[in-house]
Design a protein around this ligand. Structure first.
Ligand SMILES: C[S@@+](CC[C@H](N)C(=O)[O-])C[C@H]1O[C@@H](n2cnc3c(N)ncnc32)[C@H](O)[C@@H]1O
Length: 419
């Protein structure tokens, strides 16, 4: 009985969350200490930003970096939050780059902790802090950024503020490049979707849902709010399937996330997503979604997610190295199938295509399963078996040997096609 009451009280706190980004009881403690979930999330961001800035500075176009849910800048235990992680990487990159005219602007949007944030980043130059809501400010901030490189980090507590139409509008701006990294609480969405459609959601899965939203359950408004977040009504059929027990809660979340990413692909060329779970079979705490029109960015993010995934697998296997190759959804990867899949993508093109575009198309279709260097090993085999043709420029190394590189850089290009 005591346990039941405790469960009801814990459940009630989910519903205490007030809409519009105000703090919930669950979120009040967020900045006390940095949890393992946040560490993984920040590693994904930080390890990506290093190669991102070194590549993007070479475009010699202005860079506009936005942390749209910036938080306090620093956790109370002293750990850096996402703004300080980015600021440190930007200043290191600017010190290293040979492009000394580089123009990098950083903007931090924060609704509840703007003062703490201001205080924590006061030692950094060229930082603009916008005190307010992401959804009210982002379009205005992007006006005048045409032909610039824009990176948008989106790390809200829940999904409610993620109006899909904002992403659509961003994709229509003529930017030099756009990259978005989104922390997407897909289970939070499914929970709300079940509430809105009068469906009981699995109590076991519900445990420990931090940062979920309360969207005025069981009324038309909540259905409309969920349509706005999902960018369509497709989620309703998924909840129906769940209600009819054709699929379970985990499958519902996966199906919904896949469909959501497909929706993003209508507006951004390459979309990747990575579930973050600390134990096999557990529901993902959240999904990190990367959307971009930049082929090299997609390949870079694949390798970054793959490395984080290897580290996560060691945590999931309690320090033991796994005998099997599994993808980020814990599904085994059949390496024999890889070559077949590579040829399928390549056959979509009649002419030679740049290796970066091929890699981004392959990864975006099949998801994060292997590193790009593993894909290139399969390309080597396919080339040796005369299944594909590879054209490299320069064809020969300075020592007169045939070039074998796969990495594109200034003065080095690789194109591929099926024979
Ligand atoms: C998950 S935390 C961000 C943590 C941060 N990325 C870090 O690593 O330190 C979400 C932040 O978004 C803020 N927030 C909530 N609603 C918001 C909104 N609509 N627009 C902007 N910020 C919002 C919260 O106050 C909170 O600081």
């Amino acid at each position: 009985m005591k346990e039941l009451i405790e469960k009801i009280i814990t459940r009630k706190s989910y519903y205490d969350i007030i809409g519009g980004g105000a703090l919930s009881k669950n979120n009040e403690d967020f900045f006390k200490e940095k949890k393992q979930w946040s560490i993984i999330k920040d590693q994904l961001l930080g390890c990506y930003l290093k190669p991102y800035f070194s590549k993007i500075l070479a475009t010699q176009k202005p860079i506009f970096y936005v942390d749209a849910f910036a938080g306090k800048g620093r956790f109370e235990d002293g750990n850096a939050g996402s703004p300080i992680i980015a600021l440190n990487i930007i200043s290191e990159s600017l010190q290293r780059t040979k492009f000394n005219q580089s123009d990098v602007e950083l903007c931090l949007i924060e609704l509840n902790h703007a003062n703490a944030l201001r205080n924590n980043v006061k030692h950094f130059k060229n930082v603009a802090i916008v005190e307010g809501k992401y959804e009210d400010n982002i379009e205005r901030l992007l006006v005048g950024k045409k032909m610039q490189n824009v990176f948008l980090y989106i790390d809200p507590y829940g999904v409610k503020v993620l109006d899909f139409s904002i992403f659509e509008k961003i994709s229509e701006i003529n930017l030099y490049s756009i990259e978005m990294l989104i922390n997407f609480n897909s289970f939070g969405f499914i929970r709300e979707a079940c509430n809105a459609m009068n469906t009981q959601f699995d109590a076991v899965i519900l445990e420990d849902l931090v940062g979920v939203d309360n969207l005025n359950v069981n009324n038309l408004k909540s259905i409309q709010d969920l349509n706005k977040v999902a960018g369509g009504t497709y989620w309703q059929a998924i909840i129906e399937e769940y209600k009819n027990k054709t699929i379970d809660g985990y499958e519902a979340e996966k199906k919904f996330s896949e469909q959501y990413c497909k929706n993003l692909k209508e507006h951004f060329k390459y979309v990747l997503n990575m579930p973050i779970r600390l134990q096999k079979g557990q529901r993902p705490k959240y999904r990190m979604i990367h959307a971009t029109n930049h082929a090299q960015g997609c390949a870079l993010m694949n390798d970054n997610m793959y490395k984080r995934w290897e580290a996560l697998q060691t945590i999931q296997n309690h320090g033991q190295i796994s005998m099997f190759t599994e993808d980020i959804e814990n599904i085994s990867v059949n390496k024999e199938e890889l070559q077949k899949e590579i040829l399928e993508i390549m056959k979509l093109h009649k002419e030679y295509i740049d290796i970066d575009i091929f890699l981004a198309e392959f990864i975006s279709k099949y998801g994060v399963r292997v590193s790009t260097s593993d894909i290139c090993k399969e390309l080597d085999k396919l080339c040796n078996d005369n299944n594909i043709e590879v054209v490299r420029n320069p064809k020969f190394t300075p020592k007169g040997k045939i070039s074998k590189f796969w990495t594109v850089s200034k003065g080095h290009s690789v194109k591929v096609r099926c024979t």
